[in-house]
Design a binder for this molecule. Structure first.
Ligand SMILES: [Zn+2]
Length: 124
């Protein structure tokens, strides 16, 4: 019923890929997400970086979709800034279209219920 492609095609902004979709024992849909771009732009100096320092997960507040709870697990990469003159040695990639930094709430553009309903209608 639920698939990776459904979530990636319908729900998430560009630059975000769906790695895995699981349904846990409480019938909650767990969607694992990560950035799909190989590089990230330093938010301070705007230089593109590709060397990864570390990774961590952000857990935004759950959404709901047709009565199912949907739990997002966003893998965030921390990059080394490639600019030696930048005051920041590392920075975490940003997903402003999905999850504003320091927020647990997904952006209003991530309209889970409406997108799910559209997708179900397309599947017949
Ligand atoms: Zn920088």
């Amino acid at each position: 019923m639920f698939s990776e492609s459904m979530f990636s095609e319908v729900l998430f902004p560009l630059g975000i890929q769906v790695d895995e979709v699981q349904v846990d024992e409480e019938e909650r849909i767990v969607v694992y997400l990560s950035g799909s771009e190989p590089t990230a732009c330093c938010p301070y100096c705007r230089v593109q970086a590709k060397r990864i320092n570390s990774r961590y997960r952000r857990h935004p507040a759950d959404l709901s979709c047709l009565g199912y709870e949907v739990s997002l697990r966003l893998l965030v990469r921390r990059f080394f800034c490639a600019n030696l003159n930048c005051p920041y040695a590392t920075f975490a990639e940003q997903f402003p279209a999905l999850l504003p930094s320091r927020s647990r709430r997904t952006s209003p553009e991530v309209e889970m219920p409406a997108a799910c309903v559209d997708w179900m209608a397309e599947q017949g």
